[in-house]
Each structure stands twice: as structure tokens, then as C-alpha cells.
Design a protein around this ligand. Sequence first.
Ligand code: ADP
Ligand code: MG
Length: 434
Amino acid sequence: MTISIASQETSEQQLDNEVVLSVEGVSKKFCRDLKRSLLYAVQDIATELVGIRQKSEKLRRDEFWALKDVSFQLRRGEALGLVGPNGSGKSTLLRIISGLIKPDSGFVEIKGRIAPLIALGAGFNPILTGRENIYANMSILGLSKKEIDERFEAVLDFAEIGAAIDAPVQTYSSGMAARLGFACAIYTEPDILLIDEVLAVGDIKFRAKCYRRLAKLREQGTSFILVSHNPHSILSICDRAMYLSKGNLIATGNTDLVMNRYEQDLFLNGLEKSSGLMLLSEKARNSESDLYIIYLCFKDKEENILDYPITGEPTYFCVGCKVSKKLNDLSLAILITEMSGENDIVLNLSAYMDDCPLQIDDKNTEIQLQMPYLGLKPGVYSMKVHIAQNSLTLFDAIESFRFTVKGNKSMNQCSFYQPRAWKVTNKLSYTQLV
Ligand code: ADP
Ligand code: MG
């Protein structure tokens, strides 16, 4: 029995790192045409019955890969964010993991109890009441009647849907169904929880409560996979993220890096990908104006043009202008919005508001907004740029300059860069308190 001694010694460490879900080379194909997909299904069953069916790597007409060769592991207590554009295969992957559909190739290995929260109202019978559904749903998830009886009050308390618990589930709003689904799922005390966008329909207070509960479950060792289109939820909750596109696993690893890559792909296309520089064709500009913009770029403090600005670094935002006469009282204004959010404004700066009127002589000029530290966190942004006189006469404007900010400082779960220093002193401000 030598193994048990060795394993006891490291059992705690092993528990922490224990793989609870292993997905190996999973692929799944679907057919776009319903009629044809039925025909293929019949064909597959027939060939399987006579024993000649081979797992085909080939696609038949109208078929496509909803998932292609996806592999990853989930460890105990780990929170994995799953992101990707609509139709990229996220729900398909969760449905395969939860056993609702079978992959065409590859396999899934699960240790422990799994609770899928993967479609609103899934697992509920619409004509049964909430109360009856709690029993039905939790027993499908593997609990005995006695266990459900013990937890019933707690589920009701958590769901907070009041008297509606005795109404049929088909009369519930999507938020109420989500509340009941979430409450059932967490009180089965699953080892793995799969959450597919369902929290988005709950109200803000309920969502906050769910996220607090998720944090608690995680401390107790529950692992989960969270699909969300809200990058803030992914960034603040998950330690690792996975990015799917058209069924392929594009990136996996550190949440910040994966989200950054995903946002870049979503919001920037091809050419613009790593460009912190925007050159404007002079012909297309308003060349009748006394001043018009010919380029926008970011520079470091040695005035080298940057491919992309970096969080926490000294950064100059520069606007190159063609100027045909001397101008006073000019203002450069910038408004930066975050592409991944709901167009939230993150910076709104102008020389006019800062009481710094700019003077320009009649030569071509570069106006610089010098920032000792770039406070923007890594991500993809869009900037509006205006140059006006006395805040009234608009000379030129660029409506959308898209750029990516990258990070090289520790920006884990921070929403802006905080310049800082750490220090220990012997000076106590209060000595009388204890
Ligand atoms: P996501 O959850 O990332 O938005 P899905 O996993 O739901 O994407 O879908 C991936 C692709 O598979 C989509 O193109 C979708 O239309 C297709 N799909 C999903 N389920 C089926 C199905 N049962 N039959 C045919 N196509 C499907
Ligand atoms: Mg989906």
C-alpha cells in the first residue's frame, strides 16, 4: 500500500490541482439544411446498425464544423471564461460537456457532479409549478427526494420569486426562470457548474448576488465555465479564458490576454490590427479649412511612433495638422470610448476645459497631448478627435480612430492604471490608540 502514503502527503495539493473536466479533441458537425440533416441522421443510424459506419472527418454537403478539435482541462475551483462571437460554438461545447449532445469525435471526462445552466427554462417543465419544477430539476441533477426536501427552503430563499413559486413556470419572466434555475443549480452543490449567458437576464441586484455566490462556491472547490458577453464579468471572475471562433479554439490562457485578443479581432479588422497610427489622405481632407488633420498617432516620450500605446507608460497622443495661417485659442479635444463595453466614455479631455489654449503659427504643426502615464487598461478603444477655436469654430474632426492598448504592467482585474510606490516608514500617525 505504498501508493496511499505518497498520495496522502500530497493529497491537499492534489485536490487543488485536480482535473475535474477534461475535453480531448472534441469535434461536432451540424448540417445547415434541416431536411438533409434528417437524411444524414437516418443514413448514420442505418450504417451504424450494419456496423459499417466510420467516424468521418469529411463534411457532407451543407455540413459544417460547429466545433473542431477542441481540447482543454478544468481544475478544481477554477473559473474559466468562454468567449467568442455569436455562433462560434460556445453553447455547443457546453451542451457536449453536459451530455446533452454527443461529439462526432473526441471525448469528455468528468469527475463529480455537473450542473448545467445552459438555456433559459431548460430542465423546467412549463406546465408544472415552480415548486414542482424544483423537485423535477434537482432530481435530474442527481439529488434524492430527501436531499431536495432539506434544501427546498434555501432554494426558495435564494430565488426570491415569492408567491410565483406556485404558478406554472410558463408564466414566469425570463429573469424569474433564471433565478429559479440558478438557485436549483447551486443547491445541488455541483463540482462543475456550466453557465451559458443565463445570468444576463436577471436584474442587477440578483446578478450581484449570483456572482457573490459563485465566488463562495469557488472557495469551496466548485469549478465553473462562464459564457458571458460582458467582458467585465469575465475579467473580474475568471482566472483563465478560452476564445472560440467558428468552432476553433483561437486562444486560451490568462484572462486579460485572451480578452484582449478577442476584442482586437472583434473590433479591428486586418490592416488596423496593430496600428496606433492613422494617416489621412490629404485629398480626402477638408483642405479649404485653415487647419486640417493629416495624421493621428501615439508616441513614447522619446517621440518614437508606437504600434500601440502601453498601459502605465509615458505616452504622447499626437495630431499632425496642415496649417495655412496663424491661429490662437485653439483647443484639441478627445473623447475615448471602450469598444467592448456599451460605448462607455472612459476619457473626455480638452485643452479648452483644461484652460490651456493652444497657439499655432502658420507652419505645419503637431499638437501633442502628453500623458505622464497612460491610465487606460489593455483593450480596444475608439477615439473622437476635434480641433476647434474658442470651442465654437470647428476646424477638423475625426469621428473614429480605433486603437489597441496593450499591457506590460500587472493589470490583473484593474480598470485603470494607478501609478504607485510601496514604502514602509517608522512614522506612526497615532500612537495612543492601543
Ligand atoms: P454560440 O453559443 O457560440 O453562439 P452555438 O454553439 O449555439 O454558438 O452554435 C454554433 C453553430 O452551430 C451556429 O452556427 C449554430 O447555428 C449551429 N448549430 C447549433 N445547434 C445546431 C443544431 N442543432 N443543428 C444545426 N446547427 C446548429
Ligand atoms: Mg450560445
